[in-house]
Design a protein around this ligand. Structure first.
Ligand code: FDA
Length: 393
């Protein structure tokens, strides 16, 4: 079969569309294949419908990977400013929410439209509702047998994403294809995901569902300061989603309930000023009242402050500064924003994302073992890795 295109891209998500428009602008004949009925579904649902499309503070330190250096090259060659430039050229209004996170003012639909307009201008073809049945390596490159016929090209880009939100088209396709071509796939698990509690740990908090408080969550020397939300099945909120990517069942997870404060100094000051007040009353001034009460029922002895001696105050400060949260698991791929692990970066070029085993085969975006923090970093990796491959194919 004769070559039909220069580049075939499996997956019309963030990374696939960016790769397509970049390669198309370089004059390559590009075909994007997606099994979903429309491209960019995750972009549409992202950021509560307003797409947190990048983070102006993106650095390689905001990513998890077995090789933390791998993401550096692509991130350096396509920066948040590059993507912002495209957003501004298309007249899309945006704002910074917090911590460098940029969101559309109106709708994430505008980001998908922008990517599709760029693809159309670069003559990129898109096949949606198209199932890839078989991928074959040929003398000239690759041949795809699909529900819409066969296509052949010297370059094949796998941009099929991770396992999170199966109802949005997520599949393990990219991992299977990587294995088919002899690539190692590192174990995958849900990331940026709520944690679940069971047994007495759940019973102790369950009726506080809806209570939110700022915390610093720490696991494996990684800390995130943000809000935690108690849910009916466990805990969520940005601080928990962030730390979930670093946590695995059995790991020690601690919450500083008075972030930014020296708990012992604060308790001593309170003891001086309000010696007759009970601990739960004093704590209710700085924590949600029901949460403070629960702490004093189950974790801390509740007495008037004047009745504590220094070692006792020290013990209370230790609990407040490093409250142990015993989670049993996560809510899993059903609600996770990302998939950790994936195609091992050891066998990919960090500058082009091409396979070191199979020339012409590329892996980009979330299918690769590079996972960002919450806050626009995952899209920035999708844009950067898509751009790197799009410049190389
Ligand atoms: P992506 O998942 O975008 O695309 C993969 C594409 O491949 C899909 O179109 C899919 O249909 C297709 N596909 C899969 N299997 C296939 C097969 N067998 N054949 C053909 N096609 C196939 N990140 C961020 O930075 N800011 C944010 O605001 C958010 N918000 C957010 C909200 C929610 C609810 C989720 C689930 C995720 C986020 N994310 C995020 C994460 C972000 O969406 C994610 O990291 C990127 O979309 C990854 O881009 P990819 O292109 O790699 O995969």
């Amino acid at each position: 079969m004769a070559v039909t295109h220069d580049v075939l891209i499996i997956g019309g998500g963030a990374a696939g569309l960016m790769c397509a428009l970049t390669a198309g602008q370089r004059g390559r004949r590009v075909l994007v294949i997606d099994h979903a009925n429309r491209v960019g579904k995750k972009i549409l649902m992202s950021g509560g419908g307003r797409c947190n499309f990048t983070n102006t503070g993106t650095t390689p330190a905001n990513f998890l990977s077995a090789n933390p250096h791998f993401c550096k090259s692509a991130l350096a060659r396509y920066t948040p400013m590059d993507f912002i430039g495209m957003v501004e050229r298309h007249g899309i209004a945006y704002h910074e929410k917090e911590l460098g996170q940029l969101f559309c003012d109106v709708s994430s639909k505008l980001i998908v439209k922008m990517l599709l307009d760029e693809c159309a201008a670069a003559q990129v073809s898109v096949e949606t509702g198209c199932t890839v049945e078989r991928v074959q390596r040929t003398d000239d490159g690759f041949r795809l047998h699909t529900s819409h016929g066969s296509f052949a090209a010297p370059a094949l880009v796998v941009a099929s994403g991770g396992l999170s939100i199966p109802s949005m088209g997520a599949s393990g396709f990219g991992y299977e294809l990587a294995r088919q071509f002899g690539h190692n796939v590192l174990p995958t698990r849900a990331g940026l995901v709520p944690l679940t509690l069971t047994g007495k740990h759940q019973e102790r908090l369950q009726d506080l569902s809806g209570v939110a408080l700022p915390v610093t969550a720490t696991c494996h020397q990684q800390s995130f300061h943000n809000f935690m939300l108690v849910t009916h099945r466990g805990v969520s909120g940005p601080a928990i989603l962030q730390i979930s990517s670093y946590w695995q069942p059995g790991d020690d997870l601690r919450l500083d309930l008075l972030p930014g404060q020296d708990a012992l100094a604060w308790l001593k000051e309170q003891q001086k000023q309000r010696s007759a007040a009970e601990l739960k009353t004093v704590l209710s001034d700085v924590l949600p009242r029901r949460f403070a009460q629960r702490l004093c029922e189950l974790w801390l002895p509740n007495r008037p402050l004047k009745q504590y001696n220094e070692p006792q105050l020290r013990e209370i400060a230790e609990v407040l500064g490093a409250w142990p949260l015993v989670a049993s698991g996560t809510e899993g791929y059903r609600t996770a924003e990302v998939t950790l692990g994936g195609v091992d970066t050891d066998e990919l070029s960090s500058s082009t994302l091409m396979s070191k085993r199979v020339p012409g085969l590329y892996f980009i975006g979330e299918v690769v073992d590079v996972t960002g923090w919450l806050g626009g970093y995952n899209f920035q990796w999708a844009w950067a890795s898509g751009h790197a491959a799009g410049m190389a194919v």
